[in-house]
Ligand binder design. Structure first.
Ligand SMILES: [Zn+2]
Ligand SMILES: [Zn+2]
Length: 404
């Protein structure tokens, strides 16, 4: 049966106009948009700030959910760090102590060195969470290698730590780790969401590797770390091009559609600029019933989200075969809306249509394999990386072929 893979529903029912009603449109006014970052580091691995400080930074900037995804840990053991001598870090510790207080901060000064006990996941979550406003989801960046390739995968809402499994090839390493995540999901009954991180980090994971996987639904099309080559180079495809090529192959081979995430992968909270992996560059906007890990992951798996580096969308809707987009415009800013995808008989990515403005429609005809929408703003992104100068947003691909 042909069914719409996703029907995203939003505030404006009347965007499309007065087409004859042929199909039912689900519109749920109870669903809300939640902003979140699924890839973040702290002192628990190679980030340079305390979890509470990082979470409060995001909370103050209207994020609704966060996953601190430190390398190969779920922050449940006892861990002490030594504050570096550099005045940046000494001052940051003083600020931390001042803000959270002597009662909360567990530290010792030993031979002139300040040692601090990190708060565990339960501790930092309990301190920062706010019902219906701010959610902290447990996560781990399962950090593995094959020869000189760096193979990283996040597991959002992980319940128990997963050790990197290794393997006999890049594909085998990814699949082994992915299977561990999916197995934990099966055993626990908890939705746990694996996503492949920054494939172009040291050009570790190729398109061909991605095509061979089974069971992966998400990967990063935008990662805010300065070493991840989102844009590719003369030899390697960009992550965005990779995304379309993956979906052409997946849909032709009856695999579920691959969704694209934007994340920060933030590590550096004190030095700012294009050379540093700073917070606030890329995020997801998820439309869900409630602010819970279950509801968010369910929505993500249904494609009810978009990725952004600044552009805010008002409407993403598929109704009667028409795919509609409306942007929450900022004064003085213009937007280029491009519909990108592939046709069934011609398996290559195509730009179907580009519109300048704050609204656009695209008719999904029978010859379309999938279509997605990319919005590029005329507004420069604050603190950009690579040559990704302008604020953007990416909706998830829509296919009328149902492979689920
Ligand atoms: Zn990584
Ligand atoms: Zn990372």
């Amino acid at each position: 049966m042909r069914t719409y893979k996703i029907v995203l529903l939003f505030l404006l029912l009347s965007v499309i106009g007065c087409h004859e009603k042929k199909e039912s449109t689900t519109q749920n006014h109870n669903k809300k948009w939640y902003k979140g970052n699924l890839h973040t580091h702290s002192y628990w691995s190679d980030g340079d700030e305390f979890p509470e400080v990082i979470l409060d930074w995001y909370k103050e900037r209207d994020y609704n959910f966060m996953a601190l995804s430190d390398h190969n840990t779920i922050a449940d053991e006892e861990k002490w760090i030594t504050i570096k001598d550099d005045s940046i870090y000494q001052t940051a510790f003083k600020n931390y102590l001042h803000k959270y207080g002597e009662e909360w901060v567990d530290y010792q000064i030993d031979s002139g060195k300040t040692k601090v006990k990190l708060k565990t996941y339960d501790e930092y979550r309990n301190l920062t969470e706010e019902k219906s406003e701010f959610l902290v989801i447990r996560s781990e960046e399962i950090t593995d290698k094959f020869e000189d390739k760096h193979i990283h995968m996040n597991a959002t809402n992980i319940q128990e730590k997963i050790n990197p499994m290794g393997g006999s090839s890049v594909v085998n390493v990814i699949q082994n780790n992915l299977n561990q995540v999916l197995n934990q999901r099966k055993i626990t009954g908890e939705p746990i969401m694996p996503h492949i991180n920054h494939p172009n980090f040291y050009y570790s994971i190729s398109l061909n590797d991605m095509l061979q996987l089974n069971g992966e639904r998400f990967f990063e099309i935008y990662n805010g770390h300065p070493m991840v080559h989102n844009m590719g180079d003369s030899i390697n495809v960009s992550t965005e091009k990779m995304w379309d090529l993956i979906n052409i192959s997946y849909l032709e081979n009856n695999k579920p559609i691959m969704y694209g995430l934007a994340t920060d992968d933030s590590h550096s909270y004190h030095k700012k600029g294009a050379k540093w992996s700073n917070a606030g560059r890329g995020w997801v906007m998820v439309q869900a019933d409630t602010l819970s890990a279950h509801a968010l992951i369910h929505a993500l798996e249904n494609g009810n989200f978009y990725s952004s580096t600044g552009v805010d969308l008002e409407t993403i809707e598929v109704k009667e075969g028409i795919f509609s987009i409306a942007i929450n415009e900022e004064p003085g800013v213009s937007y280029k809306i491009t519909f990108i995808g592939s046709k069934k008989e011609n398996s290559k990515p195509i730009e179907f249509k580009t519109v300048t403005g704050s609204k656009a429609n695209f008719e999904i005809t029978d010859d379309i394999l999938f279509v997605r929408c990319k919005i590029t703003s005329s507004k420069l992104q604050e603190n950009h990386i690579e040559d990704l100068l302008f604020e953007m947003a990416w909706t998830q691909p829509i296919s009328l072929i149902n492979n689920n």
